[in-house]
Write a protein that binds this ligand. Structure first.
Ligand code: APR
Ligand code: MG
Length: 218
């Protein structure tokens, strides 16, 4: 859906999120180049997502609304422009009934913005100190590990976490589009993520069984 089309839906709720990223010369353990820093956040609901939130198109432009949300969540009102816009689409709906009434439909606008590494560091500091939402709606900013270590650790483990809405696919598509990770590497990482999911399910079963026993004692 085009940005302009989305705005025509006056009954829809609209939200904007942004992927902030930079290049970097930093090396993990002094040897593995991390190449790029991509910022996400751990949300209040335990899910990973991008900074941003609900905007009010009747009072502000999408981009001004996004900057306002950034001030709340990362402590800096980074200017976002129409050129940073990537896509607009309806948020995936959990129940079919909510998709039928347009008043409850949510349109998600996604942006990406490349900034200097120094600014990424400032964002990380402000997010944990002056940002109003810190510790409340936002539990912390996180960097996405884009590398895969010899052990297989890195991107695949990160992708196995739980994400809000379509944030995982927004991340994967952006990594490809911006050439931050090669298609081959990403494909391998995702295949490993799927394998890990099976192992996680076993861990969870075990933890569940453990709490089942504990429950009986209290
Ligand atoms: N893809 C799809 N949907 C998303 C994504 C994403 N990547 N990121 C967020 N959403 C959805 C969320 O589920 C939420 O319903 O967009 C909506 C708004 O995004 P938030 O960043 O959660 O909104 P924010 O304005 O920061 O918080 C407002 O949202 O869940 C409520 O009560 C909570 O006060 C909070 C309010
Ligand atoms: Mg938010």
């Amino acid at each position: 859906m085009l940005r302009a089309e989305a705005l025509e839906c006056s009954g829809c709720r609209q939200a904007c999120h942004v992927m902030l990223y930079s290049d970097t010369e930093s090396k993990l353990f002094g040897k593995t180049p991390i190449k790029h820093i991509v910022l996400m956040q751990m949300r209040f609901d335990g899910l990973l997502g991008f900074p941003g939130g609900l905007v009010k198109p009747s009072e502000e432009t999408l981009e001004a609304g996004l900057s306002r949300e950034l001030l709340e969540e990362i402590g800096i009102a980074l200017p976002i422009s129409v050129e940073d816009h990537v896509e607009s689409r309806f948020a995936p709906t959990s129940s079919p009934s909510s998709s039928s009434s347009s008043s409850s439909r949510l349109i998600i606008h996604f942006y990406v913005k490349k900034i200097e590494e120094e600014l990424i560091r400032e964002v990380e500091k402000a997010a944990a100190s002056t940002a109003a939402d810190h510790g409340l709606e936002v539990l912390g900013m996180v960097r996405v590990p884009l590398y895969t270590l010899k052990s297989g650790a890195g991107l695949s483990f990160f992708l196995s976490h739980s994400f809000i809405g379509n944030a995982r696919s927004q991340l994967v598509r952006s990594l490809l589009r911006l050439h931050l990770v090669s298609p081959n590497e990403l494909h391998k990482a995702l295949a490993q993520t799927l394998q890990m999911h099976a192992r996680s399910a076993e861990d969870l079963q075990e933890a569940l069984a453990f709490t089942e026993v504990q429950k009986r004692h209290f």
